[in-house]
Ligand binder design. Sequence first.
Ligand SMILES: Nc1ncnc2c1ncn2[C@@H]1O[C@H](COP(=O)(O)OP(=O)(O)OP(=O)(O)O)[C@@H](O)[C@H]1O
Ligand SMILES: [Mg+2]
Length: 337
Amino acid sequence: MFKNMDANDFSTFDDISNQAGRQKIIAKSAIMLEKLEIAQRIAKTDSSVLILGESGVGKELIAEQIHLGSQRKDMPFIKVNCATLAGDLAESTLFGHVKGAFTGANDETKGRFEAADKGTLFLDEIADLPDSIQAKLLRVIQEKTFEKIGSDTSVRVDVRIIASTNKDIEKLIEEGVFRKDLYYRLNVLPIYIPPLRHRSEDINSLAAFFLKKHSQDVKKHFEGFSDEAMEALVLYSWPGNIRELENCIERACVTGNSAIINRQDLLIENNSLLNAQIGEGGRDLKTMVNAFKARYIGSVLRDKKGNKTETAKALDIQRTYLSKLIKELNIEGEGDT
Ligand SMILES: Nc1ncnc2c1ncn2[C@@H]1O[C@H](COP(=O)(O)OP(=O)(O)OP(=O)(O)O)[C@@H](O)[C@H]1O
Ligand SMILES: [Mg+2]
């Protein structure tokens, strides 16, 4: 059984992530620990950051960490969802307007840029930023000044930009939907957060953490997960990444009615990587076991950046045996060290 007792035992950004009300970042895999280290280094600078990665991998959480690790941490962290910005409202939301600037502009307002002065502006879903705003945003980033709608007076701001997207922004540039010059300005410090299926070593800790969190919410006590439940969590492909994992554990806490979370408490039947690999037929034990081995070894191998010696050590097998398995099971990894 996997007990939830190590839910506090994580190497994290503890110094800045334990502030009241903040979600703690859980990371065990080498790749995520490396990303957190990069984030910590990035935090010390004032350059623009572009956080990339699939939906639910923790881009917003990382953006907050970068702010909290920076000298701006006591100043505002302002979030703007670029996907919800449209038309006049978009410009006004970002830059504000003066009284009478347009019908309905009854008072002067501050935009998000001004609100974030001396702090950090988090431009979430940047790929969805309306075309009409891209040029103005570029200018603010370059010159640090802008005019409110309806005003000729320049407003000067000192804002650190962190942008994020789950889209293929380079493809959008090719398609002419996103400005290349703006991309270059934003992409000074890129950081890619890998999907959960490529860092299976985080699943155990994340699951334990969410179990503790949500069991408190529902006022129940769970000791941990059954072996079968944990195996299912590790094998599932998590297309919705950590958000989906948290939802899954929350649901299990609500419906679970024994001391441990069992396999049937987890509603993750259909989308397991194993199912996808095995397809409709061939569900004999050997095929299942090999599919599991391939998936798990592949995940550790990627986490260790293709280093076979490190991977063999983590798996507690001989390096020569690992090489044999990689060949036999046709496992994809990075490099060949
Ligand atoms: N390493 C982590 N440890 C703990 N919680 C995490 C971690 N990563 C993500 N989460 C949680 O998972 C959820 C999704 O994270 P977040 O909103 O940061 O993802 P995102 O990449 O911004 O997703 P989207 O692209 O959909 O906006 C949040 O509730 C967040 O607190
Ligand atoms: Mg987000």
